[in-house]
Structures are given as structure tokens and as C-alpha cells.
Design a protein around this ligand. Structure first.
Ligand code: CTP
Length: 401
């Protein structure tokens, strides 16, 4: 799995730094391209020359040691890396990443990289159990960092307990397993709908809802980052897409969304319906602006098509994920939609909760698959929630293979 993968190995200053030498050797044996970056304290335990000899590559320690004037080293390595492993990760480097501190080559590069980062902590058992470290690890997990938990055993400090750096073989196995899960989305076709729809009454008036499109757009970005080819059918929104693997199709009405979703559906492996589709539209659309009258104006509304239900009825191999926006009894109502629309999973939002639902940058949601396995996502940014949803889909699809 790691063959031809660009691996940045970050070594921070703990006695377990010696095990990172064996890890470097095993990674290169697997065909990975390894570049080692050390904190100044790590060099007190192992010489950079040892890593240089084994990785066959220069070792980075000093942010200002710029060897190539055409490049800025920490950005160059951050962009080059497919994955980053921090082994051993001391409480100090974990704290720095959590706080956004960039005061040496390793912490600076870690802030700059978009690579998957795997953290293998190693420290004294009481340090590992300290509330600050626990809080920092939880924060990093919420941001999408991955962990190789330390093992139990004799620690160099004389204590017995949790805090020993995992063996290099185990670190590599965990990463290999995770990367193979991650690759599940590579080159898959994902169809996502996002944003509101707009249902016109006359040239100046329309019905719509408060959806901003942020959830659907960040799902599209997360899926594209996992290597998927994304078609994003978007209602009217201000948001821009940045990833080259996202093909954006703009629509305005529920009927146009219905057409586009159905057109792309047969060629899609995964379909996620995050859009807030209007359930009703005006029965008559006027070509001219309606003049006001002395009387009331009653607009007669008719039902739009339920796009998700239509897709659920005709799905073959597609993995179909819906959203549910609920203000009461979210789990019960969400599960009803899961069954009724023949979905593989549903993301249930209680939109009456502060921090969840329409418009904002955060969400609180529960992902439930068709076997009723559920995952609660506590208050987090829509990017973090998207990362989690994408990994739940990957996990569930893998389980079904
Ligand atoms: N949906 C759809 N087409 C519609 C209405 C909803 O595809 N005409 C999809 C949404 O994109 C979402 C899911 O159905 O994935 C649930 O939407 P929601 O608004 O929560 O529920 P409704 O099905 O509209 O039911 P209700 O309004 O009764 O809650």
C-alpha cells in the first residue's frame, strides 16, 4: 500500500525516537519515499545522520536552513507529503499542533500540510492521562487527525502503563489499513445536491428556504479530497468550489434539480442529497410582475416531486444518502425517511438546536445507516462533519463488499 507514497516522518524529542529509525527502515522497505523531519530535542536522542543514511534523503531540523533558493522548504515538504506520521509524538508537539503554534520546522510544516496526519504518541503514563493531553487529542481527532494508540508496558521513565510508542510494524499496519479504506472513494463517482431551490411566482418574487449550501459544498470538497469525482448539483448560493475534481451544475428550481439528479444518477456510485428542496411551488407562474390589489393574495401551491424518493425507488448499486431536517423527534422522523425513501443512510439534523442546521458554519447531526448503526456528531464545523460523514460512508461501503 505505501509503495510510492510520499511519507513525511516527524520525529519529536522522546526516548522512543530510536524506534523511529526502525520505522524509517520499514517504510523504505515497503517502497515509500521517506523524508524525516526532527525537532531540535529529537536530535538529542538520535543523530540526524542516522535517519539520513536510512532514508537516503536530507533530514530537516532548522526552518531557516533553506538549501534550495527556489523553494521554501517547509511548504515544499508540506505539499510533497501524501501522508505524515509523527512518531514518537510527545505531549509538546501534540500541544503545539492543537494550539496552532509553528515555532520549529516540524510544527510549521504540520500546520501547512494537507496530507493525512497520523500521530503515534509516546510519553509517561501520567502525562498521557493529563486532562490537557486528553483534551488536545480529542481536538485533533475532531479535526480529522488519525492516531496510533500507544501500547501498555514498561516505560523508559520507570513506570508501567500506557504511553509506550507502538512497534513500527503495528504503526505501518494501522496506516496501511486506514489508507486502503481511504482509497475506497478514489475515482468513484459521487453525486451531491446542495443548497436551496427557488420557486418563482413572477419575475421579481419567489419561494425559497434558509439553506446556504455550506453542508453540501463541504461534503463535495471532502469527497473530492478522498479522490472521488464529484458532480455537485447546486441551488442558488454564493459559495464557490475550489477542488478541480468537482463538476458544478447550477440549477434554480426543484424541477431542474430533479432533472439533473436523474440525469447523473445512473453513472454514480454514491449519491448524497444534502439540498433543501422546496416541497411546494406556486401553481401558476406569472410572466409579468403581479400588481398589488386591495384584496389579499392567496398563492395556490402544488407539490414538487420528491427527488430522493424517486432515486430510492430506482436505485440499483448506488449508495444513497439523504438528509433529514427535523424540529421535533429527530431520530424517529429521520428513521421514517430512511425507510420510506429506501436509503442506505441518513444524516439527521435537529435544526431547532443552536449550532445545527441551516445557514451557519457548524452542525450537530446523527448519521444512521440502514442497519440502524448510528453515529452522533457533536457540535463541529461543517467541514469536520463532512469528513466524518464521508468516512462513515467509506466504512459502511467497505463492510458491504
Ligand atoms: N428531498 C428531495 N425532494 C424533495 C424534498 C426533499 O429530494 N422534494 C430530500 C432532501 O434533499 C433530503 C430528504 O429528502 O435529503 C429529506 O428532506 P426533508 O426536507 O427533511 O424532508 P421531506 O422529505 O421534505 O419531509 P418533511 O417536509 O415532511 O419533513
Amino acid at each position: 500500500m505505501l509503495s510510492n507514497t510520499n511519507v513525511l516522518l516527524g520525529v519529536s524529542g522522546g526516548i522512543a525516537a530510536y524506534k523511529a529509525v526502525a520505522l524509517t527502515s520499514k517504510l523504505t522497505q515497503q517502497g515509500a519515499n521517506v523524508r524525516v523531519m526532527m525537532t531540535p530535542s529529537a536530535t538529542e536522542f538520535v543523530s540526524p545522520l542516522t535517519f539520513q543514511a536510512i532514508s537516503r534523503s536530507s533530514v530537516y531540523v532548522d526552518t531557516f536552513d533553506e538549501k534550495d533558493p527556489k523553494k521554501i522548504a517547509h511548504i515544499d515538504v508540506a505539499d510533497w507529503a501524501d501522508i505524515a506520521i509523527i512518531a514518537p509524538a510527545t505531549a509538546n508537539i501534540i500541544g503545539k499542533i492543537t494550539a496552532g503554534i509553528a515555532d520549529d520546522m516540524l510544527s510549521t510544516t504540520l500546520l501547512a500540510t494537507q496530507a493525512d496526519v497520523y500521530i503515534a504518541p509516546a510519553m509517561n503514563v501520567h502525562m498521557y492521562g493529563h486532562p490537557a493531553v486528553i483534551r488536545n487529542l480529542k481536538q485533533l481527532e475532531d479535526w480529522g487527525y488519525h492516531f496510533i494508540e500507544p501500547g501498555d508496558g514498561y516505560l523508559a521513565c520507570g513506570y508501567v502503563g500506557k504511553g509506550r510508542l507502538e512497534e513500527p510494524e503495528t504503526i505501518i499496519n494501522v496506516i496501511n489499513e486506514h489508507q486502503s479504506d481511504n482509497k475506497l472513494l478514489a475515482s468513484r463517482k459521487i453525486l451531491i445536491s446542495a443548497g436551496p431551490t427557488r420557486e418563482q411566482i413572477d419575475p421579481v418574487r419567489f419561494f425559497t428556504n434558509r439553506s446556504s449550501g455550506k453542508m453540501g459544498f463541504s461534503l463535495a470538497e471532502a469527497a473530492a479530497k478522498h479522490g472521488a469525482h464529484v458532480t455537485l448539483v447546486a441551488g442558488p448560493t454564493e459559495i464557490e468550489v475550489s477542488h478541480p475534481n468537482i463538476n458544478r451544475v447550477d440549477i434554480t428550481t426543484a424541477e431542474e434539480m430533479f432533472e439533473e439528479m436523474n440525469r447523473h444518477f445512473p453513472y454514480s456510485d454514491i449519491v448524497i442529497k444534502a439540498a433543501a428542496v422546496a416541497d411546494y411551488r406556486p401553481k401558476h407562474t406569472y410572466d409579468e410582475k403581479m400588481k398589488k390589489q386591495e384584496d389579499e393574495w392567496n398563492v395556490e401551491m402544488e407539490r414538487t416531486k420528491d427527488i430522493l424518493q424517486t432515486l430510492g425507488e430506482k436505485k440499483t448499486t448506488q449508495y444513497l444518502v439523504g438528509f433529514a431536517a427535523e424540529t421535533s423527534d429527530p431520530l424517529k422522523n429521520g428513521l421514517k425517511k430512511l425507510e420510506k425513501k429506501n436509503l442506505d443512510a441518513i444524516v439527521i439534523n435537529n435544526i431547532s438546536t443552536e449550532g445545527a442546521g441551516f445557514g451557519g458554519d457548524t452542525n450537530i447531526a446523527t448519521y444512521v445507516n440502514k442497519h440502524h448503526k448510528s453515529e452522533e456528531m457533536t457540535l463541529a464545523t461543517k467541514q469536520e462533519v463532512s469528513e466524518k460523514i464521508v468516512s462513515f460512508i467509506e466504512r459502511d461501503m467497505k463492510d458491504e463488499v
